[in-house]
Write a new protein. Sequence first.
Length: 111
Amino acid sequence: MFEGLDMNALMEQAQKLQADMLKAQQEQAAKTFEGDAGGGLVKVTVSGSGELTDVQIKPEACDPDDTETLAALIIAAFRTAKEQADDAMKAGMPDMPQMPGMPGAPGGIGF
């Protein structure tokens, strides 16, 4: 079933992919992303791993009789920043190599 499959080459490719993915994750974690809502009333910063690291709220966003709106603005700003972080993570991930003998690869095994 796996005739002609070079296991050493396959292992080397797998190790390289693992190292590339780790490097991409480390680079991503070092980045920061900002999101805002309410025309800049609320700004948040998230790390590349999606951790909320900062929240800035302008005084005019603080209405003691309407805390629900402030909460919604914080959530919206967070979602914007988190989406940016997620998109950057996807874009920064290495492409999966075509491994000879594997499904989907030229000359590969069809399952």
